[in-house]
Design a protein around this ligand. Structure first.
Ligand SMILES: C[S@@+](CC[C@H](N)C(=O)[O-])C[C@H]1O[C@@H](n2cnc3c(N)ncnc32)[C@H](O)[C@@H]1O
Length: 190
């Protein structure tokens, strides 16, 4: 199972939003979800996506999506909205089949993964070339939104991650996930 972590400092943490771009750029989260799960004529079943939203009014929120039963490219914003509305205090709530929401910090989650001895890669143009890095099938990849991951958060996780690069160009978040998935596909890593 491949796993990706998307961090957004401003993405809204309640379902009460009207317009995606002014809701902390939830439009980017939508593109990321599409690139995580959709390929031409199929849905990827071998991937888990974690979205960490740190915007108002109630950060942080951890949205986890894996093998979603109902997902339509036409209504990804509706999916995010429903998940945020289904948040329940002190509980990891299955908002929809394959979609969970809870209050959890990005740092705490990375620490949990590290305790499980997972290989955690931070996508960074200054990192080691992904093509030279050995990747196993339980690897986790972290990337940020248009503003990147705040320095404070990076400091907290720096001893737990290895920086890897997909080249010198600063890609959109959704392009990053598409490129990494392609790399894994070509290596036959599920
Ligand atoms: C649009 S970029 C963010 C740019 C932002 N100004 C910054 O300095 O981080 C979105 C995310 O994609 C990842 N990323 C973009 N291009 C990359 C590259 N060439 N190699 C590795 N990661 C990349 C980084 O994780 C980044 O946080």
């Amino acid at each position: 199972m491949r796993e990706f972590i998307y961090f957004s400092k401003k993405a809204r943490t309640s379902g009460a939003f009207k317009e995606l771009m002014s809701a902390g750029r939830l439009d980017i989260a939508c593109h990321v979800i599409i690139m995580t799960f959709f390929v031409s004529n199929a849905i990827r079943k071998n991937v888990k996506l974690h979205l960490f939203f740190y915007g108002p009014p109630d950060p942080p929120k951890h949205l986890e999506i894996m093998n979603p039963e109902i997902i339509s490219k036409k209504d990804i914003s509706g999916l995010i909205k429903r998940m945020l509305y289904k948040y329940k205090k002190n509980k990891k709530n299955e908002a929809l089949p394959g979609c969970w929401i809870e209050k959890k910090s990005f740092q705490g989650f990375v620490e949990e993964l590290s305790e499980q001895d997972r290989n955690i890669y931070l996508l960074d143009p200054k990192g080691e070339d992904i093509r030279k890095v050995e990747i196993d099938k339980n690897s986790v990849f972290i990337f940020g939104d248009h503003e990147g991951i705040p320095k404070q958060e990076l400091r907290r996780i720096k001893n737990k991650v290895k920086k890897i690069s997909i080249g010198n160009i600063a890609y959109f978040s959704s392009q990053v996930i598409a490129i990494v998935q392609n790399e894994l596909d070509r290596r036959g890593i599920d």
